[in-house]
Design a protein around this ligand. Structure first.
Ligand code: GLC
Length: 522
């Protein structure tokens, strides 16, 4: 256990060691630092994207180095919903109410524990989270009160922190906030009299993606009833609330999930969606920390979702997995297999994916297995591609699964000879990390975290393949080069060993967050 910083206990007048008489009594260990993560997603309770993986894994990685962390998330679907069922037994921890837009909103906070023993708090607020999932209501339709949901959640969260937790030994030393769903908290904690108990609690705000910033009509901000100086500075176009801008202005420390993405957000308004100036203004408090891989879920030697497990020393299980997956998907197992797993969105490169695979079906002899769901136009594009392959006699070279299927995702990371990740932008990216861990060298657009984590193969060193221009041409060229290496057994073997040996565990990143918390507390 690593002792907490001297200032960690300042709000509850922590133990004073200096006055202890010189004796043989052991000095009581200082209470370790505690961090509360607040987020819209956490795996495995509610997962839409990589945010959930990070919030699911980081608290345990922090606990391993002596930083106690817990998580607060909305209880989507209420106490009888799926999230509650996944969470297991819930204990009621506190309840309260806030006023939002003149309406009184009651809330209840339940406590559960995750697999590693970290506390998970689930906030039940029936009017905003009583039904549906994280971002869509039952039937995948937008929520009628979509704009109000996360502002209401944040008010309840702050009320809980300021009333139920303040002054107890569960009051966090640091609030670690993730993405725009929590972007209003730094301003409200620091400046709103209702939450005065939180005034000195430092906030760290992490951007997992700047593609969504919590835009809402300005009256949503007014409904919070908050009085914050300079609130107009997080207005956009005079009439829109931008929650991420609010966080950039008021959070004590700002991070994103890779150093390159941190640069890109400051350099390009296209990447930052209009916030580049705000990122530059906070340059001194802004850094990039890459995500890690949760070894409990993503280790080919223990992965129970695979038909056969394997390790770098013995890859027989990988070959077996490829055979099983090819049989399952109707693909020719004698061909090199290129896999893709991802959301079908503009950011993930869905626009070039269809054209790229179409071309590669002509230009190479590889087979392709694609898994993803997302924007209807991209799903239609891949359906079209699938028909095209079937109607040109190449049924055994392409499989398209338009779904979110975690178990199949694991099998595809393992079964592939290469993994395709042509993201237009990528804050960190987890797919390439999983692929490398599973001995499937990735072919990636050299952007954001992909640039920081995939070392281009140079004939001896490297863990994958990169291309610089975001074009079908560049991606096709890189994939052909990768297939040529895959055909050369000696080179491919070295490449694969390099990819599997690369350390992408959470340990190093957790240390960097811990250092940041200590800095913020100081
Ligand atoms: C988002 C980003 C992805 C990142 C993940 C976790 O999903 O798009 O790049 O890895 O968040 O931080």
């Amino acid at each position: 256990m690593q002792p907490g910083p001297a200032g960690a206990n300042r709000q509850r007048g922590g133990t004073v060691h200096g006055n202890a008489p010189f004796s043989t009594f052991p000095t009581p260990a200082p209470r370790s630092m505690t961090v509360l993560h607040i987020a819209a997603e956490m795996a495995p309770l509610a997962k839409v994207g990589g945010l959930a993986d990070v919030v699911g894994a980081l608290p345990d990685a922090l606990a391993a180095i002596g930083v106690q962390s817990s998580v607060l998330m909305p209880l989507y679907g209420g106490p009888d919903g799926e999230v509650a069922q996944r969470a297991g037994p819930l204990t009621e921890s506190a309840s309260g109410h806030v006023t939002y837009g003149g309406q009184t909103l009651g809330y209840t906070v339940f406590r559960a524990t995750d697999a590693e023993g970290a506390d998970v708090y689930l906030l039940h607020q029936p009017e905003h989270f009583g039904s549906g999932g994280a971002y869509f209501d039952v039937g995948n339709v937008p929520f009628a009160n979509a704009d109000d949901r996360f502002p209401a959640f944040q008010l309840c969260a702050l009320d809980w922190l300021a009333t139920a937790l303040a002054g107890t030994d569960r009051q966090p030393d640091v609030l670690h906030l993730h993405d725009h769903h929590t972007g209003l908290i730094p301003a409200l904690a620091a400046h709103d009299g209702r939450f005065a108990a939180l005034r000195d609690t430092p906030t760290v705000f992490t951007i997992h993606s700047a593609d969504h910033q919590g835009w809402a009509p300005w009256h949503v901000w007014e409904k919070t009833g908050a009085s914050v100086p300079d609130a107009h500075t997080f207005q956009q176009n005079g009439d829109t609330l931008n929650a991420m801008r609010a966080a950039l202005r008021f959070a004590d420390r700002i991070t994103t999930v890779s150093p390159t993405y941190a640069q890109e957000l400051q350099a390009s308004d296209e990447m930052a969606h209009g916030l580049a100036d705000a990122f530059r203004q906070r340059a001194e408090s802004f850094s990039g920390i890459v995500n890690g891989v949760d070894g409990a879920d993503w280790d080919p030697s223990t992965d129970r979702l695979l038909p056969a497990t394997y390790s770098a020393d013995d890859l027989a299980g990988k070959a077996e997995t490829k055979r099983a997956v090819c049989a399952e998907l109707g693909l020719d197992p004698s061909r090199p297999l290129v896999t893709f797993v991802g959301r079908l969105t503009r950011e993930k490169g869905a626009e070039i994916l269809k054209g790229l695979v179409w071309r590669l079906l002509d230009e190479t002899d590889a087979a392709f297995a694609l898994l993803g769901s997302g924007a209807p136009e991209h799903e239609d594009g891949l359906r079209h591609l699938d028909h095209h392959a079937a109607s040109t006699g190449r049924r055994d070279r392409l499989s398209v699964t338009l779904a979110f299927d975690n178990a199949l995702a694991h099998r595809l990371y393992a079964a592939g000879d290469l993994f395709l990740m042509p993201s237009r932008s990528e804050p960190c990216g987890l797919g390439q990390l999983y692929a490398m861990a599973y001995g499937t060298p990735p072919v990636v657009h050299a952007v954001g975290g992909l640039r920081d984590t995939v070392i281009p193969w140079d004939g001896r060193e490297g863990t994958g393949f990169t291309f610089d221009a975001f074009t079908e041409d560049a991606a096709a060229h890189a994939t052909r080069a990768a297939l040529a290496v895959a055909a050369d057994e000696a080179s491919y073997c070295t490449l694969q060993q390099n990819a599997m040996a690369a350390d992408h565990s959470w340990a190093a990143s957790a240390e960097r967050y811990a250092a940041l918390y200590r800095e913020a507390v100081r």
